[in-house]
Each structure stands twice: as C-alpha cells, then as structure tokens.
Design a protein around this ligand. Structure first.
Ligand code: 2AM
Length: 483
C-alpha cells in the first residue's frame, strides 16, 4: 500500500473513533486499527463511511500506510495494553518515528515509556485527552508531553483538531516525560473539586433553603451568566430540572453513592507524595468515599443526632448569594492548590511548564472548561513567575470581596449540620496560607519531646537542636528522622 496516511490510530472504542473522525474532518488521512480487527471493518462500513479513513488488518499493514516520520496514536485501555502495543510496534518502526499514547495512563508509566522508547530511537508522547466523546469528536482539550522532538511533527494535527478558545487551540506542548499525563491528572483532580463544590451548593440550597429543583436549576442558570460560567454549572442546571417519565425529578431518584475511576485519587496521592496541601481535591475524593458508605450512613442517621433543623432562618435570598460567593472563593483555592502541585512536580522533574498555556488548554474542550480559566491565563500572562494564584491581584481581590459571605456559609453550615467539606477545607487553607505564624512550633516541640526529632529556633534557622524536656531519658536526638 502506498504511504498515504498522516497518522494511524489504534483503539476503536468511542474516543478513538471520534478522534479519527475529527482528524478526518480537519483534512488528515487516518489509518484505523484495533486489537479485535473486525471492529476496523465495522467502523469503515458504518461511522467512517464516506470519509477518507483507511483501515488496516495488522500492525504491519498499518505501518506501511504511513507517511514518514510515522505517527501512531493509541487510545487503548491504560496499563499493560499500552506496553504490549509498544513492544509490537517498535520493531516495525524506524528511528524518529512517533508513538502517542492518548489514553488515561499514569504519568510515571509515561515517563518510563518516553525513556525506554528514546533508547530505541522512537519518540514517545503521552497526551492527556479531555472532553469526553463529544470533545473527541468536535474538539478536545489535548495535553501532550514526552519527547519534545515529536512536537513539530504532531503539532499541526493536534492543534488542528483541538477545541478553540478565544481563537487559540486548547493544546500546546506541556513538557518532558510524563508532564502531559501529569497535567491531565491534575485536570481530573480539579474536576473532582469543581463537582464537589457544586454538590455542596446544591445540598445547602436543598437542606438549608428548602428550594425545589426548578428553583435550583434557575439559580444555576443565573450563576452561569457570571464568574462561575462553566460547563459543569451548565449541565447542573439541566440535570436539576430533568424529569423522569413519571414527571418526577430524576436526580432525586439517583442513589447517593459516588463512583470514581481513580484520577482524583492519583492527584491526592501525588499531593501527599510531593508534600503539597491540595486539600480540596483530597476532601473531594474522601467525600466520594464517605458517600459510598451508604448502609453505614443509614444506620448512623438514626443514632447520631445533629442540630434540630437544617433550615436556615435568616435572609434566604442573601444566603443564596453567599453560597455563590463561597463556591467562587473555594474554586479559586482549588485551582491555586492544583497549580501549586504542578509547580512542585515541575520543579522535581525539571519540566518547564507554561501555566498560562495550561489554563488555555483547559479553557475549552474539557470538562472543567470555564470563563474562570481565562482569568487564570491572564494572571500568568501578567506574571509568568507568579508563585501562587492567590497572590495575583485579580484573584486576591475576588477573594477579598467574597470572603465575608464564604465565612458566613461555612459557619452557618456548621451550625445547621449540613456537611460542606470542600467549602470548609478551602477556607481553612486560605487562613493557613495567609498566617504568618502557625502552631507548628508546638508541634515541633511535641516531636522533639517524645521522639527527639529536634527543632529550629526562630533566631537560628537551619540549626537543629534537641532539648531534654523531662530532665531524664538522655540527650540523644533522632537526627536521621525525615518528616
Ligand atoms: P478491543 O476492541 O480489541 O477490546 C478500549 O477498551 C480500547 O482498548 C479498545 O480498542 C480495546 O480493544 C483496547 N484494548 C483493551 N485492552 C487491550 C489489550 N490488553 N490489548 C490491546 N488492546 C486493548
């Protein structure tokens, strides 16, 4: 077969199929392949009928259709399937050819694959792909990272098919190694946070303000016209008013036990590994865990008493707007934390991350797309060296303006007994982050008391000393101990 395909795509599940059709729409010739080869024929006869897409029945045949340098993209199940394909592909490729993994791989696997492939002369790219089926079909957010030598060859395809926001593609080179998949992972973690915050707002509207679904839907519709304008607020508006066949609101019939596939958990694990206080995503993961303890909660609900009523007795209209402000302020904290995690990983792995570019990649196409991300992009454009989003004048000002309402919501929710873990942890983080002095002095003293872990004195930083607090037990310090 002549070398006519611009790119090959392996993996004909919905995401893969839709990406192929998207590439085809943008004038690229794609060669499709799948482990179960019968899916290739079926795809060509159905979804890809009338397009320029070609199919291959074997990897050998697929490789022969490709222009050089060959570009092979995989959208297969994360894990061993990716490694299996790499093993099969490498002998069929030449130096300078490119393998792209567009699946939901863990960034450490991507880092390893980039290195292993580079040793064989193959350029490996791990790309975050976000936006679900619709995004893949009409414009996803793409976060490619890995071997930078691959970027010029894949840039026209990737930026061509990506979503556009403010006339710019939601796709740029992220960084070396597993940077692309790392950034995608943080995106998913932030998505967990955004969803949890919206759920807490809904919970307060329902339990504290006794609002019905139609009223709540209208409120989200209003909120979607302002600073909270985002895909997730928009779908929440639709979900809340959606009625089942019997005329009742469907969302109220859904079992309140949250599932998860793991990317939020990975973000929280990375945060713990790198010592970054990404508390809101952590709380969001734990909130899902707590929700899934349905039977235990049912038992506890009969035994563990809270305040007599969850109903808010004050100015309801004002409180509703306070919830909006609490959501906005908490969201700012969540993104600030997410960017702190990326900054730390960039530091550890020597990635030269472009934070404004990342905000732009998330600005359109993906689940967390929002107007808000445009503000983040602007903040990093004003100051690419910004150490924390909270220090940007726009966000600092936004927090100042919403702070009183945010505190009112957290305090009121505590008094009423309505759980708001994400609103609350965001506020606790804010107060911790802005504290010149925290009580860790006492903590250090405790550690030194029971474990001789030593402490530093304020006026002698860098010098670790131990005190014999009790007058017995010796003066030995545990100098090898690392927090
Ligand atoms: P299949 O159609 O042959 O199952 C999403 O599941 C995609 O990943 C599908 O294209 C699927 O191929 C592919 N896939 C899943 N596990 C795989 C494996 N172990 N090896 C190769 N492809 C796999």
């Amino acid at each position: 077969m002549s070398e006519k395909a611009d790119i090959a795509l392996i993996g004909l599940a919905v995401m893969g199929q839709n990406l192929i059709l998207n590439m085809n729409d943008h004038g690229f010739v794609v060669c499709a392949f799948n482990r179960s080869v019968e899916k290739v024929d079926s795809f060509l006869k159905n979804e890809a009928k009338g397009t320029k897409v070609i199919g291959a029945k074997s990897l050998e045949e697929m490789v022969k259709t490709l222009k050089k340098p060959r570009r092979v993209m995989m959208l297969v199940k994360a894990g061993s399937a990716v490694d299996d394909f790499i093993i099969k592909l490498v002998p069929l490729l030449e130096k300078g050819d490119i393998i792209i993994d567009g699946g939901n791989s863990e960034y450490v696997d991507t880092t390893r694959r980039v290195k292993e492939c580079a040793e064989k002369g193959i350029l490996f790219v791990g790309s975050g792909v976000s936006g679900g089926e619709d995004g893949a079909r009409y414009g996803p957010s793409l976060m490619p990272g890995g071997n930078p030598a691959a970027w010029p060859a894949i840039k026209p395809i990737f930026q061509g098919i990506a979503a556009k926001a403010d006339n710019e593609p939601c796709c740029d080179w992220v960084g070396d190694g597993g940077a692309g998949h790392f950034v995608k992972m943080v995106h998913n973690g932030i998505e967990y946070g955004d969803m949890q915050l919206i759920c807490e707002a809904y919970h307060l509207m329902k339990c504290a303000l006794n609002m019905d679904n139609s009223e709540m839907s209208k409120v989200f519709e209003e909120w979607n016209k302002g600073v909270l304008d985002s895909f997730l607020i928009e779908i929440t508006k639709d979900i809340l008013k959606f009625k089942d066949k019997d005329g009742k609101y469907l969302v109220e019939k859904i079992r309140d036990s949250a599932g998860q596939k793991g990317t939020g958990k990975w973000t929280a694990i990375a945060a713990l590994d790198y010592g970054m206080p990404v508390t809101l995503i952590g709380e969001s993961v734990f909130s899902r865990c707590l929700s899934s303890l349905v039977e235990e909660r049912h038992k506890a609900s009969e035994l563990l008493k809270g305040p007599p009523t969850t109903e808010f007795k004050g100015d309801k209209k004002k409180f509703l707007d306070s919830i909006r402000q609490a959501l906005y302020a908490s969201k700012i904290i969540s993104y600030a934390q997410g960017f702190m995690l990326m900054r730390e990983a960039a530091h550890l792995y020597n990635w030269n991350l472009n934070y404004g570019g990342i905000a732009l990649m998330w600005r359109g196409g993906c689940i967390i797309r929002s107007v808000f991300l445009g503000n983040i992009k602007t903040a990093f454009e004003h100051n690419p060296k910004l150490t924390n989003l909270l220090l940007d004048p726009f966000f600092n000002d936004a927090i100042q303006k919403s702070q009183a309402a945010w505190r009112e919501v957290v305090a009121t929710a505590a008094v009423l007994g309505v759980p708001t873990p994400a609103f609350s942890t965001a506020l606790a983080f804010y107060d911790g982050y802005r504290s010149k002095r925290l009580p860790a002095n006492l903590l250090q003293a405790q550690r030194d008391y029971f474990g001789a872990h030593t402490y530093e004195l304020l006026n002698e930083p860098g010098k670790f000393v131990h005190t014999n607090w009790t007058g017995h037990g010796g003066n030995v310090s545990a100098s090898t101990y690392q927090a």
